[in-house]
Ligand binder design. Structure first.
Ligand code: 3EB
Length: 357
């Protein structure tokens, strides 16, 4: 029997089981969350250790991407990466050094980080950034007369502009969360195939947000739709209780969670309209949920369960979200394989097998 090959697989596993990964040549890279961040023995893999709290009593957790292509590892400036024929996963941690010009340190670090990403992708022939995960401490704190998330947005947009990239068309899906410590940490997934940006009809595109949210609009799309190995995959950006461009339900975490999920449902409907054969379903996605106040966790869990039922995978984390009044942010992806992959039986029919390191 010939199995449809899963080009991309997300595995969520406790950090304590990470050592098992080193022998698995299929690992592209990933992010591990713990508080404090624990050093990773990733055997040269692009794994990011992010300082972020988990629900009380929960073990440190990793979100690891696997790819069924022969993979090679490399370094470019601050970026550690791993690539196959169609996908490249990279990550980096940057200190917020004081630049020799008037820019705020976070703005300068962000610009440098995205410059490095675009240089690497241009050198390696990867056209599109599919998904970016952004983490940095004190995201809502004001410094240099501006909230740090807004400083980040300036640095990010400047890097897009200086590389001649559009800041509105097919920009990456993304998330931006406050970590509990460390520098600016960014992970990304890039592809040699085209990605279609999906917007949410309920929300103004973030790249068109008015200037009340900062001098530069955030450069991300609501979701990225990509076809890999004959399968449609959807990467949904961090999604919050925003309708139009306004935050709804101040102080009401249950209502904010429901609004997030209505937004995600709208994005999924839009993706199914653009890729009718995909048949994306909310309960078949893998979710990561960022909750600002630990005491809201039970409420967010309950609302998630009521809206979605039992999704295949959910990770809860405690983090600051990029507007001070937002209490929760939900991201999701689907269409790729999700799980430990133990059921993936290698067959001679596989056109390209993962190499064992
Ligand atoms: C929002 O919709 C909520 O700056 O990369 C969500 C996802 C948010 C990504 C980003 C920000 C980002 O504006 C915040």
């Amino acid at each position: 029997m010939m199995l449809a090959e899963a080009t991309l697989r997300l595995e969520v596993l406790p950090a304590s089981r990470l050592s098992r990964l080193s022998g698995q040549g299929s690992v592209l890279g990933g992010v591990c969350f713990s508080h404090p961040a624990r050093p990773l023995d990733g055997a040269g893999l692009p794994l990011l250790a992010v300082d972020m709290s988990l629900p009380a009593g929960e073990e440190a957790i990793c979100e690891v991407w696997h790819c069924a292509e022969p993979l090679t590892s490399g370094r470019h400036g601050p970026i550690r990466y791993r690539q196959g024929d169609t996908l490249l996963y990279g990550c980096m941690s940057l200190d917020e050094a004081v630049p020799d010009d008037a820019r705020a340190p976070l703005q300068a670090a962000t610009e440098a980080a995205y410059q490095a990403i675009f240089e690497l992708l241009e050198a390696r022939g990867y056209r599109t950034v599919l998904r970016v995960w952004n983490y940095f401490p004190a995201i809502n704190r004001e410094s240099h007369a501006m909230e740090r998330y807004r400083q980040f947005n300036i640095g990010r947009q400047d890097a897009f502009l200086s590389h001649g990239r559009s800041v509105v068309d097919n920009v990456p899906a993304a998330c931006a969360l406050g970590s509990a410590g460390g520098g600016l940490q960014i992970a990304f997934l890039a592809a040699r195939v085209n990605v279609v940006g999906v917007e949410n009809p309920r929300q103004l595109s973030a790249y068109h947000y008015p200037s009340q949210y900062g001098p530069r609009s955030p450069t991300f799309s609501r979701a990225g739709l990509v076809r890999l190995g004959g399968r449609d995959m959807l990467f949904i950006s961090g999604t919050a209780s925003i309708v139009g461009h306004q935050t709804l339900h101040h102080g009401d975490v249950a209502a904010q969670t429901r609004e997030c999920l209505h937004n995600i449902a709208a994005i999924v409907a839009e993706a199914n309209r653009q890729a009718p054969a995909a048949g994306f379903r909310l309960d078949q996605f893998a979710y990561t949920v960022y909750v600002r106040r630990p005491e809201d966790l039970a409420t967010v869990r309950r609302e998630m369960a009521q809206f979605i039922g039992a999704p295949v995978s959910v990770v809860f984390l405690q983090a600051d979200v990029c507007r001070a009044e937002l209490l929760v942010e939900v991201e999701a992806s689907g269409g790729h394989a999700i799980g430990s992959g133990q059921a993936d039986i290698p067959t001679a029919d596989m056109p390209c097998r993962s190499t064992s390191a």
